[in-house]
Design a protein around this ligand. Structure first.
Ligand SMILES: Cc1ncc(C[n+]2csc(CCOP(=O)(O)OP(=O)(O)O)c2C)c(N)n1
Ligand code: SF4
Length: 351
């Protein structure tokens, strides 16, 4: 993958976080995406979220598949571990990383082609296993890298650049994730950093699979009149179901809402997700209600955004499979490879 290193210049006005790192320390290589591509705004939001959460860069594994979206991982956290998998196979790599070392924070970035076509089965099983990771789906309705074919998330009637209309029904990753039992489901827009950054922060603190579907327009192949994933269309149709704030425990928690105005959901580490109750009936802990809301808003011709569903106490992959807590590299060779007698014993148990 081609990349251009950024000169290591630090602006003196940049604000250091608790680790003494500035936002520049969370950046990666210079982006080679088209100017104005929504994916670069998602990169900026990930950089901001990691900086504000005092994420230790080398304790992160950033993983992706193939596509313009999958190049995103090159553009943030240059000191993190990284693996660019083959097309659609990022979830399997993420599962392996998590199994080998649960202490690493996993950030996976994928596209709607990578996730909903070739990688659909992979995505489904990562959700079922509740792999602990942030999964960012940069959703532009097209295969940008291969020059603008409709993807599986293109809406019926959405027009391609040359005018042809998509006739196949789309797969909505949010509805899919809710159906499969995902424990954290959110949708946002690359052009709405005020909403996207708190969602990413909450997703990174979630102890399970956190899907963040981001409408991220492709300015080169899908940003024209008639496209339902363009900047103009998304701005017009975005429907925030319940504005959300994220308050990490490392920060002082100030009561910025009067009692009764906000619904507060605590995360495992004590951080708080706060929903401002604009939509009085919206309950982010009710899976069926979340599903119904997303469908209802879609039927109105709009796109539901915000933190749509959160389940805090579900068992993750490690709890379900009784995996060992220590990273595998910390185990002595004899434990990792106990020899043929132990293997034979195991085989006998399975007979
Ligand atoms: C096995 C395989 N099949 C097909 C391709 C061709 N290919 C590369 S990227 C891509 C789709 C990318 O679309 P998406 O994931 O939506 O990313 P975007 O470029 O739109 O960000 C395809 C079909 C490939 N690289 N590998
Ligand atoms: S082709 Fe589209 S998705 Fe790819 S970099 Fe350009 S604007 Fe972004």
């Amino acid at each position: 993958m081609t990349s251009i290193a950024k000169p290591p210049v630090r602006h003196p006005a940049l604000h250091p976080n608790a680790l003494g790192l500035t936002r520049r320390d969370y950046e990666g290589a210079m982006s080679t995406l088209c100017a104005g591509c929504g994916h670069d705004s998602v990169t900026a939001a990930i950089v901001q979220a990691c900086h504000e959460l005092d994420v230790v860069p080398h304790r992160v594994a950033k993983l992706s598949g193939i596509g313009c979206s999958s190049k995103t991982t090159a553009y943030f956290l240059r000191q993190a571990h990284g693996f660019n998998s083959v097309h659609g196979r990022m979830p399997a790599v993420a599962t392996g990383v998590s199994a080998a070392n649960r202490e690493l924070a996993i950030i996976g970035v994928s596209g709607d082609g990578d996730s909903l076509s070739i990688g659909l089965g992979q995505l489904c099983h990562a959700i079922r296993r509740n792999v602990r990771m942030l999964y960012v789906l940069e959703n532009n309705g097209v295969y940008g890298l291969t020059k603008g074919q409709f993807s599986a998330s293109a809406d019926v009637g959405s027009k391609a650049k040359r005018g042809e209309q998509n006739r196949q029904k789309p797969i909505d990753p949010v509805l899919l994730a809710l159906t499969l039992g995902a424990t954290f489901v959110a949708r946002s827009f690359s052009g709405d950093k005020a909403q996207l950054v708190p969602i990413l922060k909450a997703a990174m603190r979630h102890e399970g699979f956190a899907l963040v579907d981001v409408i991220s327009p492709c300015v080169t192949f899908n940003d024209h009149e008639g496209s339902t994933k363009s900047y103009a269309s998304t701005r017009e149709r975005q429907h925030e179901v319940a504005p959300v704030d994220f308050v990490p425990i490392t920060h002082e928690i100030r009561a910025s809402y009067a009692p009764g105005e906000a619904l507060t959901v605590p995360m495992h580490d004590g951080s708080l997700v706060r929903f401002r109750k604009l939509a009085e009936d919206y309950d982010p802990t009710d899976r069926d209600a979340a599903y119904a809301t997303v469908k209802r808003v879609h039927e109105q011709g709009e796109v539901a955004t915000g933190l749509l569903y959160l389940e805090e106490d579900a068992a993750d992959m490690h709890a379900l499979n009784h995996t060992i807590a220590a990273p595998l590299y910390d185990l002595p060779f004899e434990t990792l490879c106990p020899g043929s007698a132990a293997l034979e014993e195991l085989m006998r148990e399975l007979e």
